[in-house]
Design a protein around this ligand. Structure first.
Ligand SMILES: NC(=O)c1ccc[n+]([C@@H]2O[C@H](COP(=O)([O-])OP(=O)(O)OC[C@H]3O[C@@H](n4cnc5c(N)ncnc54)[C@H](OP(=O)(O)O)[C@@H]3O)[C@@H](O)[C@H]2O)c1
Length: 292
């Protein structure tokens, strides 16, 4: 039995599609099962509720062999600790109680980074909490997702611009969520691994935001330009759009670390390079989103 959290989310939904026809029984945890496509609802067992809730994870993990664990973004949280670590505590108790064998967790690059790195530090603390249960664990360690660009689709469409506090010439890895889901699905369907470790999902190439602007310009057939913004202005945008002070600070701290090279710490290997290039992602995902 494989348990999938966030089956309506960006990565979770793609994980589910990848394992649906494997023959393995699948159970999902969903707050609102009506948000699941009909073909999914027919093929899986659904536990209704939040995977941050003790009663729900105890129900879901009974008889489970593997769990796909993803902490939902909670931009109103009072602290990063509450959002990542406290959210995961009930699941850790349930993993132990039900003797779950393997967990695949969505995490981030940055293990060993010497300074606080906001969201990334919280993700790594969550990994440590899960690891302390003794379960076999694969933490998928990612740089920023290509799919983050969709959050700026309106300014790309109307102003031909996108923004970040990161230096436009800093080349970093970036990966597509479809590739993360494929790696997660492979691990969930493989019962031969044990122990604990990280699995980098780095995409096929390192690109700067200026490189990305050039690729978007070519794919969209209209000029797209990157503009770096000061970190204070970045944080003010986040709080202005309703994010809590603690989470906005966490996002700013993460961006400062990324600008100092946080995502460049893991060397690219053939195993860590996931297949989708940014140009392909733009053709398949960004272009239709801009056209809508
Ligand atoms: N973006 C990046 O560059 C990056 C890089 C590295 C790691 N990450 C990690 O990737 C994860 C985000 O993945 P994603 O993009 O797939 O997320 P997403 O698309 O935003 O999906 C969020 C999911 O969480 C569910 N959800 C929201 N609030 C919930 C709650 N309180 N309780 C239970 N479920 C809740 C949503 O379902 P309903 O609303 O339907 O209930 C949805 O299924 C985060 O953990 C982040 O730290 C992100």
């Amino acid at each position: 039995m494989i348990v999938v959290t966030t089956p309506t989310g960006n990565i979770g939904a793609q994980v589910l599609e990848n394992i649906l026809n494997s023959g393995e029984p699948v159970r999902v945890i969903a707050r609102d099962p009506s948000r699941l496509p009909a073909h999914i609802r027919k093929s899986v067992e659904v536990i209704t509720g939040s995977h941050g809730d003790s009663a729900i994870v105890n129900q879901a993990f009974a008889g489970a062999d593997s769990v796909f664990w993803l902490v939902p973004p909670n931009f109103q949280a009072v602290s990063l600790e509450a959002a990542y670590v406290d959210f995961t505590r009930p699941a850790c108790d349930a993993l132990k109680r039900h003797g779950v064998k393997r967990v695949v967790v969505v995490s981030a690059l940055g293990r060993g980074w010497p300074r606080h790195a906001g969201f990334v530090s919280a993700s790594l603390a969550m990994d440590d909490l899960i690891a302390a249960t003794g379960v076999s664990l694969r933490a998928l360690t990612m740089p920023s997702f290509m799919d983050n660009m969709l959050m700026q689709v309106e300014s790309i469409k109307h102003q031909g611009m996108f923004f970040s506090p990161i230096d436009g010439d800093r080349k970093s890895p970036t990966c597509a969520t479809r590739d993360i889901a494929a790696v997660a699905a492979g691990l969930l369907l493989d019962s031969s691994w044990s122990g604990q470790g990280g699995v980098p999902v780095l995409g096929p190439e390192d690109l700067s935001f200026n490189d990305m602007a050039d690729i978007m310009t070519e794919v969209l057939g209209k000029p797209v330009r990157f503009q770096q913004i000061p970190i204070d202005a970045f944080k003010a945008r986040l709080t202005g759009s309703g994010m809590s002070e603690a989470m906005a600070q966490g996002m700013a701290d993460m961006m400062v670390a990324k600008n100092e090279g946080l995502d460049n710490t893991v060397p690219r290997t053939p195993e860590g390079s996931s297949p989708t290039p940014f140009r392909q992602w733009c053709e398949d995902t960004l272009k239709p989103a801009v056209a809508r």
